[in-house]
Ligand binder design. Structure first.
Ligand code: ATP
Ligand code: TYD
Length: 240
């Protein structure tokens, strides 16, 4: 499948049209950003790590009955996906308190959240991705109450699958952000599931293996991401 026109250049991916109007090509670039684009860098191979991990999780979720946009890999950083009409929400799941939750509310960093939380931000960089509540989601016509319920249920199911998987790798799946879109009448998981959009802590030491390594200069982000990829490869060798 050949890349056609560049449709959108985001902070970490470039999205291209294809010969098929229902399919897009997403190229995972080596760019990394934090704090809404204020901190920016490039690390050679970072896009490949995120594409590899995203493809692995999309396939795993499909096997478990979650509809995703993933069609297949074209090369190690290039993904063929179904074109979705994206819903401008960042759906955030949390198993432990961290990041903005601890900044805004009196939770202890690392506090267990049981049941897990699912909250939403309005995806709009100019407005600073503000938190959005259910009534505003309905008033803006982003989702109906039934659809929001479905999105929450999908997010919780995805959370359970990923939490149990990372637990086997010795990692705590602290929190994550996912995005959904419409494909005909269906709501489908889109975008990516990678170390850029989740927090992962070592179960024993609490060491971070995610974008916080970059955000807060906690060490070498490429070795952290590479370690997650290695752990997944190890798991595959033992389980497939
Ligand atoms: P952020 O980093 O805040 O998620 P961004 O827009 O800079 O925002 P990128 O990942 O660089 O993020 O860009 C990818 C863009 O493609 C996102 O806007 C995402 O919503 C969109 N997208 C992802 N999957 C699909 C899809 N299947 N169909 C259409 N658009 C998609
Ligand atoms: P959150 O704690 O809300 O924000 P921050 O990372 O700025 O402290 O983030 C919760 C999780 O969602 C975390 O794993 C990062 C991810 N996330 C994104 O990938 N993109 C986003 O725009 C936001 C707000 C969060």
């Amino acid at each position: 499948m050949a890349k056609k026109e560049l449709l959108y250049e985001g902070k970490a991916k470039s999205v291209y049209g294809t010969d098929n109007p229902d399919e897009l090509i997403a190229v995972f670039r080596d760019d990394i950003t934090a704090f809404n684009g204020e901190k920016k860098d490039q690390f050679s191979g970072k896009g490949v790590y995120n594409a590899t991990v995203s493809a692995f999780f999309f396939s795993m979720l499909e096997e478990k009955g979650i509809k995703t946009h993933f069609i297949g890999m074209i090369d190690e950083r290039t993904m063929l996906v179904s074109k979705l009409k994206m819903i401008p929400l960042e759906v955030i799941g949390r198993n432990r308190a961290a990041g903005s939750l601890v900044k805004k509310f009196p939770f202890e960093n690392g506090q267990v959240l049981n049941p897990p939380l699912v909250v939403t931000d309005y995806k709009n960089d100019e407005r600073g991705d503000p938190p959005i509540c259910d009534d505003i989601i309905y008033a803006l016509g982003l989702l109906t109450p039934e659809e929001l319920k479905e999105v929450r249920e999908m997010a919780l199911k995805i959370n359970k699958i990923l939490f149990e998987f990372f637990d086997k790798l010795g990692l705590v799946f602290v929190d994550f952000k996912i995005e959904f879109g419409r494909l005909g009448d269906e709501i489908v998981l889109g975008d990516e599931i990678s170390m850029d959009s989740m927090r992962l802590w070592d179960k024993e030491t609490g060491e971070s293996f995610d974008k916080d390594v970059y955000r807060f200069g906690k060490g070498d982000v490429m070795s952290a991401y590479g370690r997650v990829v290695e752990k997944i490869e190890e798991w595959k060798r033992q389980n497939i």
